[in-house]
Design a protein around this ligand. Structure first.
Ligand SMILES: NC(=O)c1ccc[n+]([C@@H]2O[C@H](COP(=O)([O-])OP(=O)(O)OC[C@H]3O[C@@H](n4cnc5c(N)ncnc54)[C@H](OP(=O)(O)O)[C@@H]3O)[C@@H](O)[C@H]2O)c1
Length: 300
């Protein structure tokens, strides 16, 4: 495995942790961004930074010419106006990497493809039923990629990701400023995963996953939004958040933003554990949140 090339399309929050993991495992890592000001942080994570705009195919082709063994695609559906999302970026990326002899093309999707779920248990066999415009676009992306996998030109593994948290992505600043509110009358079940466990799980999807397969990458224990907020508030000795009525929230948020606040999915991770052999460092938010707050410097 050592000395092989890995490309991270979109070296953002997850991509930076992924880059560090891959570099430590001996991969030569290339991480892309659209912003040259981000080059230093990508270099600091052990990757070679490259500019890439997925809407422009000519900026993707030099990456395919690197002949990577594995590619991680974290590029989301691109919002045009209002509720209109385009999957052109994904189509461009998939076209450039098709037929180049990759071992794995790992695409990060989201659990928004499942829709609201009303607290029901959810796994890879649950039929997708997206409600939000972004969830619908995600499903179109997945289907486009899986069709390419079926024809054998792109070895796609789809990773459906729930709420990502970790250092820099905790509720701390929103609780401190009072901007975080719960939604009245909604028992919002949320599955989450710590960013370091997510990075390890997507590497496992690349190295141990199967082509054309979907993997739901979640920790062991979904939590209610109010319990997650209480956990963070208690650790930081902050007041618990108040709540808002859904109608006033609906006026403020985009359709996709609102769906995020009223959906309630409890995700099972059996396939991730059994097929990918992932051992979670943070099996629940009770371990992960204090660790993240410590890394943020907010806890001793
Ligand atoms: N946050 C969550 O809880 C959550 C939950 C489920 C799924 N996800 C998904 O998981 C993936 C990774 O999340 P993340 O938190 O790491 O996201 P992130 O920090 O926003 O990073 C996304 C990366 O994609 C790149 N990108 C976006 N549009 C692009 C385009 N048109 N062309 C080229 N690059 C583009 C960004 O480039 P720049 O460096 O130029 O910004 C960035 O490097 C995303 O698809 C996200 O939607 C997130």
């Amino acid at each position: 495995m050592k000395g092989r090339e890995a490309v991270i399309l979109g070296c953002g929050y997850v991509g930076l942790r992924l880059a560090r993991l891959l570099a430590d495992a001996g991969y030569r890592v290339t991480g892309t961004t659209r912003d040259p000001d981000r080059f230093d942080e990508i270099r600091a994570a052990g990757a070679r930074p490259v500019l890439m705009e997925a809407e422009e195919p000519e900026s993707i082709s030099p990456l395919a010419e690197l002949a990577p063994a594995i590619v991680f695609d974290t590029v989301r559906p691109q919002r045009r106006t209002g509720d209109d999302y385009s999957i052109r970026a994904t189509e461009n990326l998939a076209a450039e990497f098709s037929g180049v002899g990759l071992e794995a093309y790992v695409h990060l999707s989201a659990t928004s493809v499942y829709g609201r779920r009303s607290g029901a248990w959810t796994d890879e066999e649950t039929p997708p039923d997206p409600v939000s415009p972004v969830g619908k676009a995600r499903l179109r992306m997945e289907r486009h990629l899986l069709a390419l996998s079926d024809t054998g030109v792109l070895p796609v593994r789809i990773c459906r990701v729930p709420g990502i948290y970790g250092p820099g992505r905790t509720l701390r600043s929103r609780l401190e400023s009072g901007r975080y509110t719960l939604v009245e009358g909604v028992d919002q079940w949320v599955s989450r995963i710590h960013v370091d466990d997510l990075a390890a799980a997507v590497v496992a999807a690349a190295t141990r996953g199967r082509d054309g397969r979907i993997y739901l990458l979640a920790d062991d224990e979904p939590t209610l939004a109010r319990d997650y907020a209480r956990l963070t508030a208690r650790l930081l000795r902050l007041p618990e958040p108040g709540s808002r009525d859904p109608a006033s929230l609906r006026e403020e948020l985009s359709s996709s933003g609102f769906e995020r606040r009223v959906s309630a999915r409890r995700c099972r991770n059996r396939r991730m554990r059994e097929e990918l052999g992932v051992e979670l460092r943070y099996p629940t938010v009770r371990e992960g949140v204090p660790a993240a707050l410590r890394e943020e410097g907010a806890l001793a």
